[in-house]
Ligand binder design. Sequence first.
Ligand SMILES: [Zn+2]
Ligand SMILES: [Zn+2]
Length: 380
Amino acid sequence: MSGTAGLVIPCKAAVAWEAGKPLVMERVEVAPPQAMEVRMKVKYTSLCHTDLYFWEAKGQNPLFPRIFGHEAAGVVESVGEGVSDVAVGDHVLPVFTGECGECSHCQSEESNMCDLLRINTERGVMLSDGKSRFSIDGSPINHFLGTSTFSEYTVVHAGCLVKINPLAPMDKVCVLSCGISTGLGATLNVAKPKQGSSVAIFGLGAVGLAAAEGARIAGASRIIGVDLNPNRFEEAKKFGVNEFVNPKDHDRPVQQVIAEMTNGGVDRSVECTGNINAMVSAFECVHDGWGVAVLVGVPNKDAVFMTKPINLLNERTLKGTFFGNYKPRSDLPSVVDMYMNKKLEVDKFITHRVPFSDINKAFDLMVKGEGLRCIISMEE
Ligand SMILES: [Zn+2]
Ligand SMILES: [Zn+2]
């Protein structure tokens, strides 16, 4: 155990006091981990759209003050009772959705949607006792997604921590704890394109480009990027995207354009925007007989998917995925190893870096739609 085990740790955290207002660097107290919890020292964290979405709090119940952050890497500082899978000093990725190992989902080979530790955006406290581990002058500060990585120390359920190769550079692999694995897994685990096949990717943000990276790794020969923003096309080339379609350039539906380009449709498509029209297009642009479309982007909660059933009867498959179908604790170590073996290229996703004190700049960049991932270094 480390010298701080069992003690409250005072440290710096970026606290969101109000929706859409800049985070404020505060001195917070982080309580020791309880049973089945782990306290980790965050080394690097990055900003994901989910942080931005809940910080803006336009579409949901606002929960403030709160410590955001869920893409990160760090080191175990101390563990609570009953924790046996990780030990002090282990390098870990916290994940917004967990793997208890015991529920029917964890027992199923086909699911990663753990009953106990599935993503919960409304909860601001720890599962075991319904309390927060963060406080300022005795007043609790809400957690976010069970991770809250915009703090030098955080407490996470042991089932939401992935032990990784200690040689992996944490300032790179931190991005694998959410967005990049989501897109990559959607292609590699769900769409499963064959070597030499064609894949359409809808939405060329970080998740879409990670889906393209998956297609590149799988050996797809035609990777067609679809986006309304032509500025994204140049960057997408680095991710194996070799053809582009901007729906705005055409007066007919984009699925028709893609069908014409590919002699009847693409073999696979992956939808990463969450726009309902793009979702329908992504399904209708796959080839009959074998085409598979995978939905990744999260739509408006009232959106309804409409297509003619004959499109399915003609042997097209529509699938959805959550976190790229990866079981976090079981599968993410191998994603880290894919990076270590130079199969998966992570560096090209990292377009900006800022010290922790400048965390609001990372928000500014994302609000402006600039870059893909901004790494926030806790120790600079
Ligand atoms: Zn489970
Ligand atoms: Zn995320």
